[in-house]
Design a protein around this ligand. Structure first.
Ligand code: DX5
Ligand code: ZN
Length: 228
């Protein structure tokens, strides 16, 4: 199964004084997704931003808005995030009472559904939802903050999920989020992920164009290796 590489720059690491410009730069550099981290101060210790920011940036961006909800009881807000411009909505397995119902609600709102697991959650817990979900997000740091170090055990977790998806013939994408720079990207792509989130390594010093390029180079190398 061909798994096309998708880069999802996370605006959590952007310079909010010039957010519109930086999003335009991400788009011009060729990244297809924009990762948008919503934190409620309850499910995770930090608070980020919510609907008004998404509604505003939606006016000037054609990117796929990949909204990562780090919030408790996410089903409450599915419709609102869909309305303000999310294209995909990812929620945490750990935060939902009935994860299947959240996936259904996201689909009813006409959006792609993602389900995420934290580093300490056993991977098998997400298996029952992989058929219905469009994407599974494997957190490679404790959610809540950008700029953390990638947890090496994440590669084995991705492999287990990749095996399960391929064995069952599902089309679920595998996204990885937290501490991924272009060097780590090679490892996680090899392990079977195909959607890469990156905050700090993309927005670092504002060199968005060259930083994006580094990720595409890394992905090309993995592709060449897989072919040979
Ligand atoms: C962390 C967020 C991430 C974060 C990634 O809780 O979910 O999306 O922005 O940032 P880096 O790439 O800096 O680890
Ligand atoms: Zn995220």
């Amino acid at each position: 199964m061909e798994n096309e590489f998708i880069l999802a720059p996370s605006i959590l690491a952007a310079d909010f004084r010039i957010l519109g410009k930086q999003i335009a730069a991400v788009e011009a550099a060729g990244a297809p997704y924009l990762h948008i981290d919503v934190m409620d101060g309850v499910f995770v210790p930090s608070i980020s931003f919510g609907m008004p920011v998404i509604e505003s940036i939606r006016q000037s961006s054609g990117l796929f808005f990949d909204v990562h909800l780090m919030i408790t009881d996410p089903i409450r807000y599915v419709e609102e995030f869909a309305k303000v411009g999310a294209d995909g909505i990812t929620f945490h397995l750990e935060a939902a009472e009935d994860p299947g119902a959240v996936i259904d609600a996201i689909h009813r709102a006409g959006k792609k559904a993602g389900i995420s697991i934290k580093p300490e959650t056993e991977v098998e817990a997400v298996f029952p939802y992989l058929k219905a979900a469009d994407m599974v997000l494997v957190m490679s740091v404790e959610p809540g903050f950008g700029g953390q170090k990638f947890l090496e055990k994440s590669c084995d977790r991705i492999k287990l999920i990749r095996d399960y998806i391929d064995t069952n013939g599902f089309y679920t994408k595998i996204e990885v989020d937290g501490g991924v720079d272009s060097r780590v990207a090679r490892k996680v792509l090899k392990a079977g992920a195909n959607v890469i989130v990156s905050g700090s390594a993309i927005f670092e010093k504002g060199f968005i164009r060259s930083n994006v390029k580094k990720f595409y180079k890394a992905a090309d190398k993995v592709k060449d290796k897989k072919k040979s």
